[in-house]
Design a protein around this ligand. Structure first.
Ligand code: F6P
Length: 357
């Protein structure tokens, strides 16, 4: 009889429940009553603290379309895993102890880059681990796509769509600040899908002169409004040469918290266009997964169940050239995937006359 643990860790996203369901249904299909799924609450924090329960098959029904995660999630930074703090808890030892107490054959960890680092650490400690790549940021190394990403693209695109009419009516510049952490995938895709005129991503530090020139060029063509898709992690060319600490100190001095605030102010000063900022924020992580993500989650979840059956551990599921496969955790842990120079989508933007700043 198999005992399979499952946890979700890091920021939530649409498609976590669909993936959990994919794993569970495929496991029950294969093993019937000979498998017990153990749900661990609140990510690695629950694994450290022994928060777990045996789940019943009905708990996985009706969750395909539900956003968030039925297991709960928490960010437990990797750097704290090896630290025995004031609580004197050796977190790695606790996780191993609880894995043994649950009598697990393996543990499935659904999460992003941080989760994969911890998953790899546990694999190195001898536990049987399978990772599943989740994040709206799409920045996990070794997979072409992560579940959650396309749902977020849909939501972000709708935000861009909706500011078009108001920008046009008021002859304004509208900045839509999108999530993505250090990666520009979400902004690049939503920017193209939403018909943004200017797309700014962290991988390509911008100059405000080029941004303003693009806005003024449009005005010369009779287009008295502009839509900017701005990734939350962007910086200008000068900032890109600074260390994070220095950059934050400079922004504090300027009285701004994000680059978007500064860009908006500079556009008003330099072009005279009235400018507004819109921040969809966590709406990009909320709600029901898109059909694309439901399919992807089901592909990934059922593949993970097959890996349980095959006893193939120390891996994470991945999409490579439209085929579901896997990577060794050791090969991807600690890496991330940013938009590379010359990426096809950057070329598309260029050909379409979208300014990349
Ligand atoms: O990694 C997902 C993400 O939504 C990033 O895009 C964003 O920078 C971050 O998480 C926000 O984190 P939190 O929900 O903890 O504020």
């Amino acid at each position: 009889k198999k005992r399979v643990g499952i946890l979700t860790s890091g920021g939530d996203c649409p498609g976590l429940n669909a993936t959990i369901r994919g794993v569970a249904k495929a496991l029950y299909q294969r093993f019937g009553e000979d498998v017990t799924i153990i749900g661990i609450s609140n990510g690695f924090s629950g694994l450290i603290n022994g928060e777990w329960r045996e789940m019943k098959p009905y708990e996985f029904s009706g969750i395909l379309t539900v956003g968030g995660t039925i297991l709960g999630t928490k960010r437990t930074p990797f750097k704290l895993m090896r630290v025995v703090g004031e609580d004197e808890v050796d977190k790695v030892a606790e996780m191993k102890k609880n894995y043994a107490a649950m009598k697990l054959d393996c543990l499935l960890c659904l999460g992003g880059n941080g989760t994969h680092k911890t998953a790899n650490l546990l694999a190195e400690e001898g536990l049987n681990i399978i990772g599943l790549p989740k994040t709206i940021d799409n920045d996990i190394y070794g997979t072409d796509v992560t579940f959650g990403f396309h749902s977020a693209v849909d939501i972000a695109t709708e935000a861009i769509d909706r500011v078009h009419t108001t920008a046009g009516s008021h002859s304004r510049c509208m900045l839509v600040e999108l999530m993505g952490n250090k990666a520009g995938w979400l902004t690049l895709y939503a920017g193209i899908a939403g018909g943004a005129d200017i797309i700014l991503i962290p991988e390509r530090p911008y100059t405000i002169e080029k941004v303003c020139a693009a806005i003024e060029n449009r005005a010369k063509q009779g287009k008295h409004f502009s839509i900017l898709a701005v990734a939350e992690g962007v910086y200008d060319v000068k900032e890109s040469r600074m260390k994070k600490k220095e950059r934050l100190a400079k922004r504090k001095e300027e009285g701004i918290t994000t680059a978007t605030n500064r860009i908006a102010r500079q556009i008003e000063e330099m072009t005279g266009f009235e400018t507004r900022t819109c921040v969809p924020g966590h709406t990009q992580r909320g709600g029901s997964p898109s059909p694309y993500d439901r399919v992807l989650a089901t592909q990934f979840g059922s593949y993970a169940a097959k890996m349980v059956e095959d006893g193939n551990f120390g891996i994470t599921v991945a999409m490579k050239n439209n085929h579901v496969g896997e990577n060794k955790l050791a090969d991807i842990a600690g890496k991330s995937r940013l938009v590379p120079d010359g990426h096809g989508m950057l070329e598309v933007a260029r050909r379409m006359g979208i300014s990349l700043g």
